[in-house]
Design a protein around this ligand. Structure first.
Ligand SMILES: [Zn+2]
Ligand SMILES: [Zn+2]
Ligand SMILES: [Zn+2]
Length: 161
């Protein structure tokens, strides 16, 4: 007698149970086969390579659509890009058309002040998260001069992932 297991949680490649749901750094969710594991040293999957990507449910934001004043949703695409869209917007897969409000705002990246000093000049560091979820620390004195099209200030940058 085997315990009845939800078929959704079984690896279609080898029949083993799937592991826990993991949220990646870019906000995507995935479930790896429990017999497979990622080896960061060889950058290869050991064991069963099956990975199931999950659709991340959109999160309702405490922000209103500038077009129609409905709440906005935060959506993470399969490619890890993040966007805000109006909650009244609906996609009809049968007619392949969208209805409702068409407001969309792509999230370009956010920066956050850190309580950490720049090893080069001693100013504070900033944690910058790009639209695709990559993170880097950079010096707060570093600015982009849009007129000269060049970076000014201290050039310290440290990639996190
Ligand atoms: Zn498997
Ligand atoms: Zn709207
Ligand atoms: Zn610096």
């Amino acid at each position: 007698m085997q315990d009845p297991i939800d078929a959704k949680d079984i690896c279609p490649r080898c029949g083993s149970p799937l592991g826990e749901i993991v949220t990646t750094k870019s906000g995507k969710q995935m479930q790896r086969c429990s017999t497979g594991s990622w080896n960061p040293e060889t950058k290869k999957v050991e064991g069963c390579p099956y990975v199931k990507w999950l659709d991340v449910p959109p999160k309702e934001l405490d922000e209103k659509c500038p077009k129609c004043k409905s709440p906005l949703l935060l959506v993470v695409t399969r490619f890890g890009k993040r966007l805000k869209r109006c909650s009244t917007s609906k996609w009809d897969p049968e007619t392949r058309t969208s209805s409702g409000c068409d407001y969309v705002e792509w999230i370009k990246g956010t920066s956050e002040n850190l309580e950490e000093d720049c090893p080069k000049c001693g100013s504070k560091l900033i944690l910058y998260t790009s639209a695709s979820g990559k993170q880097l620390k950079k010096c707060s004195t570093n600015k982009w001069d849009t007129q000269e099209k060049m970076a000014t200030g201290c050039d310290f940058v440290q990639w996190i992932n």
